[in-house]
Design a protein around this ligand. Structure first.
Ligand code: SF4
Ligand code: SF4
Length: 99
């Protein structure tokens, strides 16, 4: 399951530095994936790119962003349920194409 940020976010940016996949971006900021730039996924608050979030699989035992959030705005995304095998495959793909 990928991790998402809810409307409880106050865009303090504390979580951004915690992400080993550079999957977290400030509101309105374009994101990068595989050498390409894409339009921001959220204009209102900090956001996570689902295609870049591996729940920290491949780096850590637990998602690193969740405990960094002062407003508990970071949660598991019920719309993006993924198995550990899928998350490992995503991590390997990111290793290949670049984050
Ligand atoms: S769970 Fe890990 S990979 Fe996903 S956004 Fe948070 S820090 Fe990044
Ligand atoms: S740490 Fe929480 S409040 Fe701060 S930017 Fe991240 S999700 Fe938003």
């Amino acid at each position: 399951m990928a991790i998402m940020i809810t409307d409880e976010c106050i865009s303090c940016n504390a979580c951004e530095a915690e992400c080993p996949n550079t999957a977290i971006y400030s509101p309105g900021m374009a994101y990068n994936l595989g050498g390409q730039e894409y339009a921001a996924l959220n204009e209102e608050h900090t956001y996570i790119v689902p295609d870049k979030c591996t729940e920290c699989v491949g780096y850590y035992d637990e998602p690193q962003c969740i405990p960094s959030c002062p407003t508990e705005a970071i949660i598991a995304d019920p719309e993006h349920v993924e198995t550990r095998e899928q998350l490992i495959a995503k991590k390997e793909q990111l290793d290949l194409v670049g984050r």
